[in-house]
Design a protein around this ligand. Sequence first.
Ligand code: MN
Length: 408
Amino acid sequence: MALSFIHCADLHLGTPFKGVAGRFSATDNVHEILHAPEAAFEKIVDFAIEKKVDFVLFAGDITDSVNVNWRSISVLTAGLEKLANANIKVFAVAGNHDAMPNPTLENAFKNCVLFDCKNIEYHEISGKAVIGGISFCAENAAKNTAANFQRQNSELFQIALFHGNIGGRQGYDNYSPASIGDLVNCNMDYWALGHIHETAFLSEKNPVILYSGATLSRDVNESSPKGFYHVQVDDFKNVKCDFIASSPLLFCRLDIRLENADSMPEIKNQIRKNILAFVTSNNADKYFMELVLNGSTTLDRELREQTDEDLHFLFSDGLPGCCIIGRITIQTVGNFDRELFCRENIFAADLHHSFKDEKSADFPTIQAELGTLKRNYGSFIDSENLSFEELAEDAENEIIRLITEDFA
Ligand SMILES: [Mn+2]
């Protein structure tokens, strides 16, 4: 009964990369960026063939929209044909981006199983597994369709293929919502989920409930490793899930907190250290990095006087070729005598005291809201890694900087 398969989701073929428009001068890299989703898909196909898996599961958002471009569709069709020629079966559901009815997707998957959005259907792969699935469509958006999966009358390994928000995950549309308990009650062996772009195990075993995450990084908020899972099941239904990275490029925003950076070479040095640390701890061919500079420096005013081009040149100098620097945002403050400033400026004094008196009881809510803003609008400070005091200090500094550019 041993079997192996690929679980992937959120390929977003044909994505226009709206989130990075204006953040990177794309002209030199436009083909590389636009081809990235297809490169990730081709990696899945080649990997599946190399490992001779039994089948591949696509858990929705295969294409970025219902009206996906012809180039992406031709790459998709060619890849599915390669899998068919290698005798590897393909099962897919549509997600909210490529929701049913979707004639383009149905045509591309005509020789595969693309699940309908009306009822959960079950397909048996003789002697190995039963795969149930239901596609996303507008009518299913508010329904708990996941709770309707049922273990079939069979000893085989049972898989549910599904696209939706399980456990009310923040920062994602609450499509086809269900709880983890709803899924456990269905008595399946494995839930192949799509919709959440970060990899997440909602349950490690009995059943495995897994978001494989997106196969590629689409904007600077998607800088965690992107890929798919190679799943191996033994005769005793023990499940082993291996993550395989697939995104050829990674977009990221580095929030760099300058400390005692009181000379130009020292600022450059601290930025370089942060960039290299990020590259060392990740695994992509290329990094598109947006930089946000925080912290304080005596050179705050001079730093702000540099043109974008000059900063770009300065901070890119000497970096490995895999690092592409995009937008640079300066949020630093000068070193200044706050006591003196507060004595001279009543508003600043009031502001300082109200920040100091703030008790932060609701800090988790503030963090969650900043997280949502960051996801939706991009250029917010890295609230997750800051303490309440640091966050309050940044906010206070930013307000002071806005009311007077001239206090340094
Ligand atoms: Mn998606």
